[in-house]
Ligand binder design. Structure first.
Ligand code: ARG
Length: 463
């Protein structure tokens, strides 16, 4: 087979239009699947020999040829040809060029339809495992920082208004939890990715007595797909992965948003290391949080790919349609984006520099212990709604006189409610407020340390 001649040229009398050839080719992007295409072909050849369709010598020659092609590709010496359309036909043509006629036997009992579906699953499975590992790296970095910052007090926000004081370590653990669910979703997604389409052939199966469980076991798949029409056509596994990736990017984007806010002069909670920032070409004072900003921005393309893939799939009748060739670029870009974003964060988090005094001052500014005062009154027998009213008045007095609740005198407080006594000042401190929230999931530093221990144990058990 010369590189000019298509493997399917038999029934054609005219050559393909040059523009159509380029328009329909996928090799420029699906060559990324080369290693997995070869992996699948090796297993297919081994299985064909096992059932007697190939001789042992033919199998060895094919496998050896494929290994050499793999090395050629890795060395960057392989010549990809658009005339040969896609990664599959490029490799098959090269195999025959290298080992002669026996190369033409490899495609027995197989179609590019089950071949490509298998390649994508092998490729995605590998990338999925790398992404899960990166999530773990980021989680570990968060745990280390949370441990270091368990006693650091910052304002917790609702509506981006100061709400109640929290431990910075506790805040970091919130991000840890989001990533834990992201990791869990990928593990679940992997079960559905790890099913083998090979043997479905074009759509209906094949007349050869393929040993599909054997091929599946060689490739590390949990099982062969149960229905040939479904196996070659559905890309729900790629859509599911992209949905998982969208949630990861959504989480990283929220995380980014906080870092962008916190590194601003107005917040000043965090300094990012210079290595993760860039300057401005005109404003000499600038140090911009580029990495978080870019990650926040990149979430958009992943969400777009999710909608793109859903739309790609929704109109397709069974079984394979060429539409499916369009699954690759969005999937590849999703993988690259989520992987690089996680990596950037895993590298950056250990170098975040918290400004503890600034955080503390911010927590002191917003009447963050108002709820603690209300709870104090309730413990003294005042109904919560009345307590709320009393504290509202205390906050008003603070605002009018430019003081925090802890700076009001006992007399001033007693003027609002006679039940208030000297011990009130314990609950009005930031430390007292945190310490009081001492239950599972609460922000007391003791609980934060406990949560870290639990999380560490869970991570090492999952390993
Ligand atoms: N390049 C194709 C794809 O990515 C491979 C399968 C082509 N099958 C076919 N019958 N034309 O989907």
């Amino acid at each position: 087979m010369s590189s000019e001649q298509k493997p399917w040229a038999g029934r054609f009398t005219e050559a393909t239009d040059k523009f159509v050839e380029a328009f329909t080719a996928s090799v420029n992007f699906d060559k990324r699947l080369a290693r997995h295409d070869i992996q699948g072909s090796r297993a297919h050849a081994a299985m064909l020999a096992k059932i007697g369709v190939l001789t042992g010598a033919e199998r060895d020659s094919i496998i050896h040829g494929l290994d050499e092609i793999c090395a050629e590709i890795e060395r960057g010496e392989f010549e990809w040809s658009v005339q040969l359309e896609d990664v599959h036909m490029n490799i098959e043509a090269r195999l025959t060029q290298r080992i002669g006629e026996v190369g033409k036997k490899l495609h027995t009992g197989r179609s590019r339809n089950d071949q490509v579906a298998t390649d994508i699953r092998l490729y995605l499975r590998e990338e999925l495992d790398r992404i899960r590992l990166l999530i773990r790296h980021l989680q570990e970095a968060l745990l280390d920082l949370a441990e270091q910052e368990a006693d650091t007090i910052m304002p917790g926000f609702t509506h981006l208004q100061v709400a109640q004081p929290v431990s910075f370590g506790h805040h970091l653990l919130a991000w840890f939890e989001m990533l834990e669910r992201d990791h869990d979703r990928l593990r679940d997604c992997r079960r559905r990715v790890n099913v083998m389409p090979l043997g479905a052939a074009a759509l209906a199966g094949t007349t050869f007595p393929l040993d599909r469980p054997y091929t599946a076991s060689l490739l590390g798949f949990d099982r062969p797909a149960a229905n040939s029409l479904d196996a070659v056509s559905d890309r729900d596994f790629a859509i599911e992965f992209t949905a998982c990736a969208s949630l990861i990017m959504m989480h990283l984007s929220r995380f980014s948003e906080e870092l962008v806010l916190w590194t601003s002069a107005q917040f000043g909670f965090i300094d990012l290391p210079d290595a993760f920032c860039t300057g401005s070409s005109i404003m000499p004072q600038k140090k911009n949080p580029d990495v978080p900003e870019l990650v926040r921005g990149k979430s958009g393309r992943v969400f777009g790919h999710l909608v793109g893939l859903l739309t790609l799939m929704k109109g397709q009748p069974l079984a394979y349609n060429k539409d499916n060739q369009e699954d690759k670029e969005p999937l590849f870009d999703t993988i690259d984006t989520v992987r690089d974003s996680l990596r950037a964060f895993a590298d950056m988090v250990p170098h975040l520099q918290p400004n503890r005094d600034t955080m503390r001052r911010a927590a002191l500014q917003g009447y963050a212990t108002a709820t603690d005062l209300a709870d104090y009154l309730v413990r003294k027998g005042i109904p919560f709604r009345d307590a709320h009213e009393v504290v509202g008045k205390a906050v008003r007095l603070g605002i009018d006189t430019g003081r925090d609740l802890a700076e009001l005198s006992l007399d001033e407080l007693r003027a609002l409610s006679k039940t208030i006594e000297q011990d009130v000042f314990e609950v009005l401190t930031l430390e007292g407020s945190l310490k009081a929230r001492n239950h599972l999931g609460g922000t007391a530093p003791e609980q934060v340390r406990r949560a870290i221990t639990t999380a560490r144990a869970a991570l090492s058990e999952a390993r």
